[in-house]
Design a protein around this ligand. Structure first.
Ligand code: ITT
Length: 216
């Protein structure tokens, strides 16, 4: 049984369209601080797999504002919880000229304890020697060293991106930053779940995953 690991019900609604009978695993894995989503999702997938003992899919996403060098990016959840979505929109409107470009990005990280021998990249193998050379710190959680526990677990990654603009909030569908993200004239919050999935970062990553998973 595949477990879709998230605390966010909005993500689950969107994932169900691609993954028949997928079960949500409401597990709050450790989100490490990193500039890119891939390593965050990969680390989360290893931790969730060790917790669940079943195949897991972790979904890490964020909003990247071009004029802010990608902020809030990997910190999107923290910024939503602290500043709030509408404050981010006002900040963008005050500081950045039209067209206020931004993108949503999503990385799906799949782990089932096996290798992916005949699979093309990207695969995160948690290369500890490369991490050490780059001066990356180990993550300590309650005395256990996650990286040391997990270095034998490869994780398969699936990426999705969608480009758009930051606009004043419109619509009441979706979740998170959807009301302030406009894609080709419509905000994500004005779209039905199926319309959003057809163009969204998550829909694109899920479509790639679903195709690969079916053949596995
Ligand atoms: P989990 O980590 O438990 O999956 P989360 O909501 O914290 O739940 P993320 O860290 O991936 O998930 O989310 C980053 C932030 O980006 C968070 O504030 C979300 O609300 C927001 N976000 C992610 N996908 C989004 C989408 O499709 N539309 C709008 N906002 C989104």
């Amino acid at each position: 049984m595949l477990r879709y690991v998230t605390t966010n019900d909005g993500k689950v609604r969107e994932a169900r369209e691609y993954l028949d009978g997928v079960e949500q695993l409401d597990y709050d894995y450790t989100e490490i601080q990193a500039a890119r989503l891939g390593p965050i999702a990969a680390r989360g997938a290893r931790e969730a797999y060790r917790h669940a003992g079943e195949p897991v899919l972790v979904d890490d996403a964020g909003l990247f504002v071009e004029g802010f060098d990608g902020f809030p990016g990997p910190y999107s959840a923290y910024v939503e919880d602290t500043l709030g979505v509408e404050a981010v929109q006002r900040l963008v409107a005050a500081e950045i000229d039209e067209p206020r470009r931004a993108s949503f990005r999503c990385v799906m990280a799949y782990c089932d304890g096996d290798d992916f021998a005949a699979t093309p990249d990207p695969i995160d193998r948690d290369d500890r020697s490369a991490a050490a050379a780059a001066g990356v710190e180990r993550v300590e959680t309650g005395g256990s060293d996650l990286a040391a526990e997990s270095d034998a677990l490869p994780v398969k990654l699936f990426h999705g991106t969608v480009r758009g603009r930051i606009v004043e909030p419109r619509g009441d569908g979706g979740f998170g930053y959807d009301p302030v993200f406009e894609h080709e004239g419509t905000t994500f919050a004005e779209m039905s779940p199926a319309e959003k999935n057809a163009v969204s970062h998550r829909g694109r990553a899920l479509a790639k995953f679903a195709e690969w998973f079916e053949s596995r």
